[in-house]
Write a protein that binds this ligand. Structure first.
Ligand SMILES: [Mg+2]
Ligand SMILES: [Zn+2]
Length: 294
C-alpha cells in the first residue's frame, strides 16, 4: 500500500552521527589528555558515564574552567553539510519533520554544541544523561537512569543506563502521532536496538565502519530487522539522502533486510569479522575509535 509522506520523524544519535566526533572523549583530548588516558585505561571496568563524570571532577580540580570546556565543544568537528541537511528538512512544510535526539553523551555538551551551530531549536526532545554547571564551574553529570532505581529491560543487551529502543517507544507514545516514515541516523552498537523497532517503510542511515554496521551485518537478519538500510561515511551523503527521500512510502511488506551500496566504487566491503580486521582505513576513524564505539 503506498502512502504520501506527510509526517516524518528523524531520530539522531549525537556522537559520530549528527556530530563528527565523540564529545565525551574530545573534551579530554583537547584539555587534559592524561585524564583521557586514565578514562581509557579504566573503561573496561567501570560504566562509561561514571568515568566521564569523574574525569570532569578531576579536570575541575586541576583548574579547568567552564569557558575552556565550552570552547572545546564549540570547535568539535561538525560537518557543514549536516547542518544544511537538517535545517532544510526542518524548514520544509511538506513533509513535516520532527527531530528527536537519543544520546549517551549529556545535556550540556549537546546543547552547547547545538547552540554554536544555530541548531538549538532542532529537536523536539533530547533524551540523554542530565548535566548541569554548579556555581564553581564544575560540570556535574549523572546517569540517565538512576543506578539505584529500576533498570531498563532491553531484549538485545543495551548497556546499562540507556536503552534507546525503549526511549524511542516512549517518545512515540508521548507524541501520540503516527509517523508515515521514521529515519534513524546512527553509528554505534547501542543504536541497533531502536533500529530493530522500525517498520518496513522506515529507514536507518547507518554510518560505515563502526559498531552499528557491524551489528546489522552480524545480527540484523536473525533479529528480524525490517527497515531499509542506507550506508554513509561522510555527512554530505546524509544531506544527499535527505534531498532524495521519496515522497511516497510503501508499507505493509517486509523490506529487503539490508542493502549495501555495492555500486559505489569507493566502497570495498569486507565481511564482518573481529573489529581489528575491520578497519578499512577511513579518514577520521582510528582503530581506537572503532574499539571504543558504543
Ligand atoms: Mg554515536
Ligand atoms: Zn535496548
Amino acid at each position: 500500500m503506498s502512502k504520501q509522506v506527510e509526517k516524518q520523524l528523524i531520530v539522531f544519535d549525537f556522537d559520530w552521527s549528527l556530530a563528527d566526533q565523540d564529545s565525551d572523549r574530545w573534551i579530554f583530548e583537547v584539555l587534559a589528555p592524561e585524564i583521557r588516558r586514565k578514562i581509557k585505561n579504566k573503561s573496561s571496568e567501570y560504566y562509561w558515564t561514571d568515568l566521564v563524570a569523574e574525569g570532569l571532577r578531576e579536570l575541575h580540580e586541576q583548574g579547568g574552567t567552564r569557558e575552556e570546556i565550552e570552547g572545546a565543544l564549540r570547535i568539535m568537528p561538525f560537518h557543514p553539510a549536516m547542518i544544511r541537511g537538517v535545517k532544510t528538512l526542518k524548514a520544509a512544510e511538506k513533509p513535516q519533520t520532527t527531530f528527536l535526539c537519543l544520546s549517551s553523551a549529556n545535556s550540556v555538551f549537546i546543547s552547547t554544541i547545538l547552540e554554536s551551530k544555530g541548531l538549538q531549536d532542532l529537536f523536539t526532545e533530547i533524551v540523554t544523561n542530565p548535566a548541569e554547571w554548579d556555581p564553581s564551574g564544575l560540570l556535574k553529570l549523572r546517569r540517565h537512569v538512576d543506578p539505584n532505581g529500576p533498570q531498563h529491560n532491553c531484549p538485545v543487551n543495551c548497556s546499562v543506563n540507556i536503552c534507546k529502543g525503549e526511549e524511542l517507544d516512549a517518545f512515540l507514545k508521548r507524541q501520540d502521532t503516527v509517523y508515515d516514515r521514521i529515519i534513524y541516523v546512527g553509528d554505534g552498537s547501542n543504536d541497533f536496538c531502536p533500529v530493530l523497532r522500525l517498520r518496513s517503510q522506515d529507514m536507518v542511515l547507518c554510518r560505515r565502519y563502526r559498531g552499528l554496521e557491524h551489528r546489522i551485518a552480524e545480527e540484523g537478519e536473525r533479529a528480524g530487522l525490517k527497515c531499509q538500510v542506507r550506508y554513509w561515511a561522510g555527512a554530505w551523503e546524509v544531506e544527499e539522502i535527505f534531498k532524495q527521500l521519496p515522497g511516497v512510502v510503501e508499507s505493509g511488506q517486509r523490506a529487503t533486510p539490508y542493502v549495501r551500496d555495492a555500486n559505489d566504487p569507493a566502497f570495498v566491503w569486507q565481511e564482518p569479522g573481529p573489529l581489528k580486521a575491520y578497519n578499512v582505513g577511513i579518514v577520521n576513524h582510528t582503530v581506537e575509535s572503532l574499539y571504543e564505539a558504543d
